[in-house]
Design a protein around this ligand. Structure first.
Ligand SMILES: Cc1ncc(COP(=O)(O)O)c(C=O)c1O
Length: 327
């Protein structure tokens, strides 16, 4: 298998379960399944751990002793990078874009327990600050390994190429083929990896990204896809129509907890006993429910929703009130 050519460290409990959402299937006359990547393990789990298995193997190969990454104040990627670094004996350093919160809640509280060194900076200065922090650590004699936003590099993308192999095997066990695979779309690595996996393992599903912010995602995913294909030394072309992006569930913006998201979180909690986070999975969940309601999926469609984690975001609030997560 192509991803096995690249070193990995074992951080996640794989394969993650793939379960039917029976109440959702019944409510919408489709077959709706969920891949529980919120159950990867490691500090509350999530999609990032799949990428980190490849990225941190490279960090160890390069003799790194610190890991620097960036994200929003409530970044799941930052929290998981901190936990993975600790597990491997590396020093975690996080550059978080946004205001230093008055109270440490949600992921920020977990970053604190993990003992990560945290630097806050204005959102637009994250790249510059990461570079400066890297130089500072080098002057101190540390050898930092830098992970760009969301771990979405060609190497990190292999995490979801590998996940596609799991999905293929789980399809065979269930005796079905999915028509659609849905997941929240943030920095693009999950989708670029799923697309690689679609072609490599011959998945029938169209890959649908529910955007969590308003930006031009297509070039981002296409670039990452073609860079990853180049890294693998393969010939693969992304066909139009195999990858769809939906921007209808962003609400007022990234990290904004709106009523539609809260209502989707309540629905999955009450119908299936499954919790989602307000920033990523809750928005994608709202998208899935609305698209089902609108009849976007032909009757009888087999749909796989990837629960990419992010539940600690919930604890940035004491109760639901509309507003930004990085408040
Ligand atoms: C919980 C969760 N889901 C989905 C995503 C988006 O994944 P990607 O950045 O690979 O697009 C993220 C990214 O931070 C995340 O934390």
């Amino acid at each position: 298998m192509v991803w096995r050519r690249f070193p990995q460290v074992n951080l996640a409990n794989l394969p993650t379960p793939l379960e039917e959402m029976k109440a959702v299937s019944r409510d919408f006359s489709c077959q709706v399944y969920m891949k529980r990547d919120d159950l990867t393990g490691l500090a509350f789990g999530g999609n990032k751990v799949r990428k980190l298995e490849f990225l941190l193997a490279e960090a160890l190969d390069q003799g790194a002793n610190a890991v620097i990454t960036e994200g929003g104040v409530q970044s799941n990627h930052a929290r998981m990078t901190a936990a993975a670094s600790r597990k491997l004996g590396l020093e975690p350093v996080l550059v978080l874009g946004g205001r230093a919160a008055e109270e440490k809640r949600g992921n920020l509280l977990l970053d604190d327990f993990l003992g990560a060194r945290v630097y806050f900076c204005p959102l637009s200065d994250r790249k510059k600050t990461m570079k400066e922090v890297g130089e500072l650590y080098e002057q101190e004699g540390l050898n930092p390994y830098i992970i760009p936003t969301g771990g979405s590099t060609p190497l990190g993308t292999l995490g979801y190429l590998r996940a596609a192999e799991e999905i293929k095997k789980q399809e065979q066990v269930l005796g079905l083929e999915f028509d659609y695979i849905l997941a929240p779309l943030g920095s693009g690595g999950t989708h670029a990896g799923l697309l690689l996996g679609k072609y490599y393992y011959g998945l029938r599903a169209k890959i649908l990204g529910i955007a969590v912010e308003r930006r031009d995602f297509r070039p981002l995913v296409e670039d990452l896809f073609s860079q990853s294909v180049g890294m693998l030394g393969m010939e693969m072309k992304m066909e139009k129509g195999d990858f769809m992006i939906n921007q209808d569930y962003v609400g007022p913006g990234y990290g904004y907890f709106d009523e539609a998201t809260a209502s989707a979180i309540r629905y999955f909690a009450r119908q299936e006993g499954i919790l989602m986070g307000p920033v990523y999975t809750g928005k994608a969940g709202a998208g899935l429910l609305d698209l089902l309601e609108q009849g976007f999926f032909p009757p009888g469609s087999k749909i796989l929703f990837i629960h990419t984690g992010g539940t600690p975001e919930l604890f940035a609030w004491n109760e639901f009130e509309p507003g930004e997560v990085d408040k």
